[in-house]
Design a protein around this ligand. Sequence first.
Ligand code: UD1
Ligand code: UDP
Length: 413
Amino acid sequence: MSTDLINAPVRAMLVLGTRPEAIKLAPVARAMADSRLFEPLVVTTGQHREMLHQMLDLLRVPAHTELDVMRERQQLSTLTARLVDQLGEVVRAGRPDVVIVQGDTTTALTGALAAFYEHIPVAHVEAGLRTGVADNPFPEELNRRLIGRIARWHFAPTPRAAGHLTAEGVPESEVFVTGNTVIDNLLWVLAKGAGHDHFTTGARRVLLTLHRRENQGDTMRGMGRALRRLADRGDVELLLPLHKSPAVREALLPELTGHPAIRVVEPLGYLDFSATLAACDLVLTDSGGIQEEAPSLGKPALVLRTTTERPEAVEAGAARLVGTAPEAILEAAERLLDDPGEYARMATAGNPFGDGRATERIIAQLAEDFGADAPGVTGAVGVTGAVETAGAPMADDSLIARLPEEPESYSTA
Ligand code: UD1
Ligand code: UDP
């Protein structure tokens, strides 16, 4: 796997198609573009259309290839088939040295599969997250398990995620605890200070996002009713930047429109969303990325799901796994709004997802394995290495040693 780095930079194909993938691979694309060691080839699948385009400026490099696979309400099977087919052609034509995928979307799974079919090694960013429940979240838990079988580099955000992988038989030498690149991007964007928040009143500011497939339909309608009752308190402003998914809109809009304390807006660009998150008092969400960002900004997060693959935030005390039952949602939100002690404990719990240097570690490890040491960067740490974060310690040997053989189930059930 050795490449002459002076004459030929490592050609790294970054495959992304949804909003969170663009956000979390943006710092990697930016760093590679600034490095003489790498040539980043960004492939956008268009699994998301508007919500992806909103994020592309973050990448700082123009897309090398743009696919356009989104169809309204398409089935996962159709999306998957179309993506494997088209990404297969892109990888065959591009012959990159490595394909980089992030997280657990259909784009990530098919990017990894297309690379595997062309014998191109895969690097997985945000590897090792598990709920332990195969169909929750659906289909992401299965997607990330499958990518874990394909990847050659597993960049785990936390020691726990790394432990899941080694417990599944991934060699320790292929697993690296890096932190999550979402923190790198958040710090970069906040330092620019270019966004503005979208709250409009002086009431207490509650930021909402909901989109998970497993909750669409009746469960999401019930969640919407609970949120409307929360708005009835009279001392809150609920702001919902609404996901573009028609299934989400169908479930939530009838429950939330027409209330003076609820504002439903189109998805926000990242600069404004991060400023809005920084300005809010409380977050209610089923999002993965927002569970990671909220603790970094000292915002208590109530996770409106029955499982989480990010128990680190719950254990740190920064987030609570509330479930999807309307009464539980209402009770948890009211408690936080009415109990200053509980609020302060959550707001000061800290961020367990990294120190903003995940990208550095990823790039250093890839550079080393392709035959060169990147000058001036800190080496990626293996599963037994130790990295200190701004808040809690991120990696420590005893934590790894205590990890269970089988992934635990992080579920309210
Ligand atoms: C996808 C990911 C999920 C991730 C989420 C982030 C899969 C299986 N799911 O879920 O892991 O958490 O993105 O938001 O990969 N749509 C638009 N415009 C857009 C985006 C979506 O119109 O910009 C509509 C389309 O009708 C599309 C539907 O939303 O068919 C659903 O999008 P899809 O990417 O299939 O799944 P998500 O539920 O968004
Ligand atoms: N986000 C955004 N604008 C919005 C809502 C979310 O920029 O209106 C960002 C948010 O900061 C986070 C990411 O989108 O980084 C989360 O995306 P989403 O919830 O769609 O996906 P998930 O993280 O659940 O996969």
